[in-house]
Design a protein around this ligand. Structure first.
Ligand code: KG4
Ligand code: ZN
Length: 333
């Protein structure tokens, strides 16, 4: 019954979780609000806040799980990809904890962990399955052959889906992070009110920079004609943008599932919290006869529970890493 302490600090959430024998007993997430004033994550501030949050987050995670630090068998941590300074805080903490307790360290790839979050739930996808991973920094269609045997078959050539959400919200004058606000406004809007173009990119790759420019010009032209255009049509704009981003993602996902003959289809990453995307994927799954896997909200955006479950499966394989490990801003699978 291995007890694993997991640490996530790749961006602006400081998170700690405890997992015993593959069951998540706690998942503490400390959000950083300091970035709101700047309209985006400020890396230097993020690492300083991680330093303040990490010890209380771990203490709370152990407390909630009712597990003593003396009973932890291994420490799993996000090695990358992410902001180097932020990662450094989590990696250093994990190394110190493991050294002090004389227990092994387990490195975890953040993007793999988003996918492996599906193995927290009772209902688990069967290998091979396809996962659309959509976050603030990544947009990937991944063929998942085994826990740590994953192949990226499509990805964004420029902006990530979450970035497209966040940049749109910035154009609309909404605070950071904009994705959840676009979601909230879209619930009261008409998704067919405005049409935005679907980029024509070959294969399973994506591009969102053209969409961002078309939204920018659309807003500029309409605001020139009516200075109150955004305020008067906020919900419809959000609903239309959300639908376009979701359909760009899902049209590629549909073709990938067809080409690979796969019926188990999963969604992961921060943008998988988006209501419109979740609903449209469910509908597509029903049409196509897929089994659809969508994580619980708390496992969509960054969290240490997903690091813990990934760490648990590495623990079972005996895959540990030495004390000389360093974080990686870029980390391929
Ligand atoms: O996976 P994540 O928490 O962090 C990264 O690894 O990047 O993803 C964060 C992204 C942000 O772009 C945020 O705006 C977006 O996920 N997001 C959403 C929603 N919740 C978070 N986008 C749309 N609708 C949401 N409900
Ligand atoms: Zn993430």
């Amino acid at each position: 019954m291995p007890a694993i302490l997991a640490i996530e600090s790749s961006c602006d959430e400081t998170s700690a979780a405890v997992c015993v024998d593959g069951a998540i007993l706690s998942n503490v997430i400390a959000n950083q609000t300091i970035h709101e004033a700047y309209g985006g994550v400020v890396p230097e501030l993020a690492s300083r806040v991680h330093q303040q949050n990490i010890v209380p987050a771990v203490q709370q995670a152990l407390f909630n799980a009712k597990v003593s630090k003396n009973d932890i068998d291994a420490v799993a941590f996000t090695r990358g990809p992410g902001l180097l300074g932020s990662l450094l805080v989590g990696v250093s903490f994990a190394k110190a904890f493991a050294l002090a307790r004389q227990i092994p360290l387990i490195e975890v790839n953040h993007m793999q962990a988003h996918i492996l979050a599906h193995f927290i739930a009772e209902k688990k996808p069967a290998f091979p399955f396809i996962c659309l991973t959509v976050s603030g920094g990544h947009t990937q269609i991944v063929l998942v052959k085994d826990y740590f045997d994953m192949e990226i078959i499509g990805q964004t050539l420029d902006d990530a889906a979450g970035e497209a959400m966040d940049k749109t919200s910035k154009i609309l004058g909404l605070p950071y992070p904009g994705g959840p606000l676009i979601d909230k406004n879209a619930r009261n809007g008409n998704p067919d009110a405005y049409q935005f173009p679907e980029p024509q990119i070959p294969g399973f790759d994506f591009s969102f920079s053209g969409l961002k420019t078309s939204i920018l010009y659309f807003i500029r032209d309409n605001v020139a004609a009516n200075p109150n255009f955004i305020q008067e049509h906020m919900n419809d704009i959000c609903a239309s943008v959300e639908k376009r981003i979701a359909t760009i993602l899902l049209n590629k996902l549909k073709r990938a599932a067809q080409q690979y003959g796969i019926k188990h289809v999963a969604l992961a990453g921060g943008v998988s919290a988006n209501t419109g995307l979740r609903n449209l994927l469910q509908q597509m799954g029903e049409q196509k006869g897929w089994e659809v896997f969508i994580p619980k909200f708390e496992y969509c955006t960054d969290n240490a529970a997903m690091i813990a479950i990934a760490g648990y499966h590495k623990y079972l394989k005996g895959e540990f890493i030495g004390q000389d490990v360093a974080p990686l801003a870029r980390m391929p699978f």
